[in-house]
Design a protein around this ligand. Structure first.
Ligand SMILES: [Zn+2]
Length: 341
């Protein structure tokens, strides 16, 4: 149940092939995705030179078809002048290269997400499968799961196309829409250098995947660096967002825009605090692996796609307990065990 002080914006989500105005110069589109999280919100800024788009969907025929409908319909009439990619997750970056090829528009990304996407795209099937398999082995997952991911190759490339030249931007960059100025911020947590955008004058915060209204954003270690304390960074972000006043409209990458970002930030802090407590409880009976922690945190059946995010999220929570000096790691037969002390 959403907290009662969170108020969804009183507006219906856009239907297929349509977009809905959230401000004079900001439009909301919704594309379908073939996952449990079955859609993504994409945005279009109306600028004096044309459309500036935010995020792209995965690389798939279904997403290509949805873009074709939008470009020939609501977005027709003026050029696409830029494509902003908030972060390297395939549902946001996957179709960016194809969309840039169709529109001729440049892609804008933060440096960390660009490096992460480039690294993920650059791994051969053999290398990616090996890294996944080795990571799952360290997590203590079952041998058949490890064998399966080793043979799966580069899963990221199945959902994401090549990225052409990307214009890397930092916090000094400003995007100008017809009625506002958008300032990017970059945070670590849900991904290593995720971009969100704010128009401070109009109190609009496009949080993308960092302050989702319904589900808790996945807080995962990445394959490149499974030791990083991603949850600690995410707590820092949430601690800042706690102070958002209720007149800010929060505009997310999934589900619906809402007021009450500060309330939501407090909810999410409590959510993760509870999950840390669950792991403290589980480890009270003896050392636990990342796989065991995953089964404590996620009690439903996981698809292959979900197993990846669930195990990496469990690891992020264990890493945070290590960062707090509450847990230590011991490796035995290539499997990492976390114990209290
Ligand atoms: Zn994401």
């Amino acid at each position: 149940m959403p907290n009662p002080s969170m108020t969804p914006l009183a507006i219906d989500p856009p239907k297929a092939g349509e977009m809905v105005a959230l401000a004079d110069d900001l439009y909301w589109m919704r594309f379908t995705l073939p996952f449990r999280l079955n859609h993504i919100n994409l945005y279009a800024f109306d600028t004096k030179d044309g459309w500036l788009l935010l995020d792209c969907g995965i690389q798939s025929q279904a997403i290509a078809d949805q873009w074709q409908v939008m470009l020939a319909g609501p977005l027709a009439g003026q050029p696409v002048i830029g494509i902003i990619v908030s972060h390297y997750h395939a549902d946001h970056v996957g179709y960016a290269g194809a969309l840039a090829a169709i529109t001729g528009a440049p892609i804008y990304m933060g440096a960390i997400e660009h490096a992460q996407a480039s690294w993920s795209l650059a791994q051969s099937d053999a290398t990616y499968g090996m890294i996944m398999g080795n990571t799952y082995a360290r997590f203590g997952l079952d041998g058949d799961v490890i064998g399966h991911v080793r043979s799966q190759g580069n899963y990221f490339r199945k959902l994401s196309g090549d990225l052409p030249d990307v214009t890397v931007i930092d916090t000094d960059h400003r995007f100008h829409s017809k009625a506002g100025i958008w300032t990017p911020r970059f945070d670590t947590g849900h991904s290593p250098g995720h971009m969100s955008l704010s128009d401070h004058d109009r109190k609009l915060h496009i949080c993308v995947d960092f302050l989702l209204p319904r589900i808790s954003p996945n807080i995962s270690v990445s394959l490149r660096s499974i030791e990083i304390d991603m949850l600690g960074h995410y707590y820092s972000y949430l601690d800042q967002m706690r102070h958002l006043t209720n007149d800010w409209l929060i505009i997310p990458g999934h589900d619906w825009p809402y007021f009450g970002g500060g309330v939501r930030a407090v909810d999410l802090i409590e959510h993760h605090n509870k999950r840390l407590d669950l792991l403290r409880g589980a480890a009270a009976n003896g050392p636990i692996t990342t796989a065991a922690a995953m089964h404590v945190l996620f009690t439903f059946n996981l698809t292959d796609h979900e197993l990846f995010f669930a195990s990496c999220e469990a690891r992020a929570h264990l890493n945070h307990l290590v960062a707090l000096n509450e847990m230590q790691i011991q490796t035995e037969d290539g499997i990492e065990y976390f114990y209290l002390g």
